[in-house]
Design a protein around this ligand. Structure first.
Ligand SMILES: O=P(O)(O)OC[C@H]1O[C@](O)(COP(=O)(O)O)[C@@H](O)[C@@H]1O
Length: 361
């Protein structure tokens, strides 16, 4: 199979077949972890293909609707497909001997994976590497499922703390690392195409699942978010619950009275992966100003992808990736987007909705 050394080379070689995900990561991730990350992301890709199959066949397999038994750490109503996607992620990733810890938005606790944890402890004892910790939201935007609207899977990868000299792994502590420690992150988008967008800290790159060969092929090398966009993405119905700063910012850009003299348009799918993906490609800002999205499972992984594409990711006060999570299911306001739009938004200062209000839709 064709293998170019870099995304640039792949793009510049006329007629060359696109790289698949594994080849690309092996050639483009940091040298000391390229092979292991390539194998890890191959496992993620296997899980994502299985979830994509379930999402597209949900109406045919009776997978619409709410799960019969409710569980899950986030306290949200679980859909049948939330449970199915969670089971797939855990089954596939725990079979990978490099995975020491898994933490899912759908579970109360982080879990040790026996094969990976044993290997991580042995490696730590030998002062070597350690296993990987994978945090994930198996199916984000699941309230959209029954209407066949795009959904996604979000994941982040850390090195296990065993690598730092601990010979016993504490699964929860291993998953509570700040986003600055991420060694890889990504999301899958289940939409008109199934995409996998990843970063290993060396740019943000997009792959499209080719249904003809069943592989994720490089279609969006080195994504750069536009310096400024003309779209804002937020649940606008909450306008009257927002703080004054956020109201003033949105009023200004709607009227073309912001730093960009053009009127902005609103786009909101209510599917974080879909809204973020569009923002990454078209520019502008996407946000959820209330304490709703999870730092560990959603915000930090997307923040790495955003920054690696040249964007800014914030909780409305500070850089997201600098925040040390205090608990697995910690929620916070989330703002991400083009550097000029984000800098303008942050200059309004008072943008977080901290009233604790929840909505039942
Ligand atoms: O109700 P809001 O504030 O518009 O929140 C919608 C957001 O919640 C999410 O659905 C995440 O919540 P779930 O994980 O419960 O699906 C995002 O996909 C979406 O961006």
């Amino acid at each position: 199979m064709y293998c170019a050394a870099t995304a640039q080379e792949a793009q510049n070689t006329p007629g060359a077949a696109p790289l698949d995900l594994t080849e690309f990561v092996a050639a483009n991730a940091p040298a000391d972890s390229a092979q292991s990350l390539a194998l890890l992301l191959s496992s993620v890709a296997v899980a994502v293909k299985q979830i994509a199959g379930k999402v597209s066949r949900a109406g045919l397999e009776g997978l619409f609707g709410v799960a019969e038994q409710q569980g899950g750490g986030s306290g949200d109503t679980q859909k049948k497909l939330d449970v199915v996607a969670n089971d797939i992620m855990k089954a596939v990733l725990s079979a990978n001997p490099q995975v020491a810890v898994l933490a899912s938005e759908e579970d109360d606790e982080a879990m040790l994976c026996s094969r990976g944890a044993a290997a991580a402890a042995a490696a730590a004892a030998a002062a070597g590497g350690g296993g990987y910790v994978v945090v994930f939201d198996p199916l984000d935007g699941s309230r959209n499922i029954d209407a066949a609207i795009p959904t996604g899977t979000i994941f982040g990868v850390y090195k296990s703390l065993a690598a730092a000299g601990n010979d016993k792994l504490d699964a929860t502590a291993a998953a509570l690392q700040p986003g600055t420690e991420l060694v890889a992150a990504g999301y899958a988008l289940y939409s008109s195409a199934t995409m996998l967008v990843i970063s290993t800290g060396q740019g943000t790159h997009g792959f499209t699942l080719d249904p003809l060969c069943g592989e994720f092929l490089l279609t969006h090398p080195n994504i750069k978010i536009p310096q400024r966009g003309q779209i804002y993405s937020v649940n606008d119905a909450r306008f009257h619950d927002w703080p004054k700063g956020l109201q003033a910012y949105i009023e200004a850009i709607r009227q073309g009275k912001g730093q960009n003299p053009k009127q902005y348009s609103a786009r909101y799918i209510c599917s974080l992966v879909g809204d973020f993906h569009r923002t990454l490609l078209y520019g502008g800002v996407c946000m959820n100003p209330r304490c709703h999205l999870r730092l560990v499972y959603e915000a930090n992984p997307l923040a790495l992808l955003c920054e690696q594409a040249g964007g800014i990711a914030s909780d409305g006060k500070q850089r997201l990736r600098d925040i040390k999570p205090a608990k697995l299911h910690q929620r916070l306001p989330l703002f991400m987007g083009s550097p000029d739009d984000m800098t303008e938004l942050m200059s309004y200062d008072d943008v977080q909705q901290l009233d604790g209000k929840t909505y039942t839709v």
